[in-house]
Design a protein around this ligand. Structure first.
Ligand code: GLY
Length: 314
């Protein structure tokens, strides 16, 4: 098969403050270009989504790897998933500490264990065995995440609505289809500010934070994790696509369902088995970028879509 490759990335659906707007937009554009350069050379969608998410994990503007938010104890606990639509192979990690690139570690779980997800101490012990580099928590923490955490310490623990607000910072992800027609997804996050120690969100949960199946397409989600899990958002989008909806209509229908049924907001990126794609959200903002053919598309605010020639972007 010689299919036109496509990649789409997101930097999280939330109320991105103006001072992070430019760095968020530049970050997703850079990540999309990095992933697409792999696809353009005939590389796999798995390789492309991992590389794109690593760029976002290394960028302090985003809540994943460097820049991750802090839990109630002021610590960093990270979740990630990567999935291969060719054979539904999946690797996920949750509640891991001191790892700068959880997405690469999730891929090690996929490739080097008989399991689909490792969590907590056991996961960190396996990371050491795999020689995944250990970084100090201080290296992952930013001034922004400390400030946000200090703000949240002012509130009590009965903050369901606060967690389901758009201020809590959220997640990165990528979906891609390669020239062989294989689709993949990758999602990585620090979760939500002031979450309970041990809380696991939607991101590493198969069918919630992401899903990929060559039969339909691939999805990576972002937003209020407890709501996303309740509606298995990624799989719900693919269900609508399976039933004939475009990625855009399927995404809107699933996000509306989440909003109406469980009062949850979020966003997602989707690519179909034919290379159609969408970036949709019900939050104030979501930084996203996609490369399709010779064009780079990107946006931040609802209804916004800019485009430029890929040639100018690189
Ligand atoms: N969507 C990220 C989280 O809720 O953990």
């Amino acid at each position: 098969m010689d299919r036109k490759p496509v990649i789409v990335v997101h930097g999280g659906a939330w109320a991105i403050p103006d001072y992070l707007a430019e760095s968020s937009t530049n970050g997703v554009k850079g990540a999309a270009c990095c992933g697409f350069s792999i696809l353009a050379q005939g590389g796999s969608s798995m390789h492309a989504v991992e590389a794109a998410v690593r760029v976002l994990e290394d960028d302090k503007a985003f809540d994943a790897g460097h820049g991750a938010v802090l839990n109630a104890d002021g610590n960093v606990e990270l979740d990630a998933i990567i999935m291969d639509g060719k054979n539904l192979a999946v690797g996920a990690v949750s509640c891991i500490k001191n790892i700068a690139n959880p997405i690469t570690f999730a891929r090690s779980v996929l490739e080097k264990t008989p399991h689909a997800m490792l969590t907590g101490e056991g996961a960190n012990a396996f990371a050491e065995k795999m020689n995944i580099p250990r970084v100090s928590t201080d290296e992952l923490v930013t001034d922004h995440s400390i400030k946000e955490w200090e703000e949240y310490q002012k509130y009590t623990q009965s903050v369901t609505n606060l967690f389901n607000s758009e201020k809590v910072h959220d997640t990165v992800g990528a979906v891609a289809i390669d020239s062989d027609g294989n689709v993949s997804c990758a999602t990585s996050t620090g979760g939500i500010t002031n979450k309970m120690v041990g809380r696991v969100g939607d991101s590493p949960i198969i069918g919630s934070g992401g899903y990929a199946d060559n039969f339909v397409g691939a999805v990576s989600t972002t937003g209020h994790g407890e709501s996303i899990m309740k509606v298995t958002l990624a799989r719900l989008v693919l269900l609508h696509m399976e039933q004939g909806k475009s990625p855009r209509d399927a995404s809107d229908q699933a996000l509306d369902y989440m909003k109406n049924k469980v009062h949850g907001r979020g966003g997602l990126i989707a690519v179909s088995k034919t290379g159609e794609w969408a970036a949709r959200f019900t939050t104030q903002r979501m930084a996203w970028a996609g490369i399709d053919g010779e064009m780079l598309y990107y946006g931040l605010n609802p209804g916004e879509q800019f485009q430029e020639s890929l040639h100018n972007a690189i």
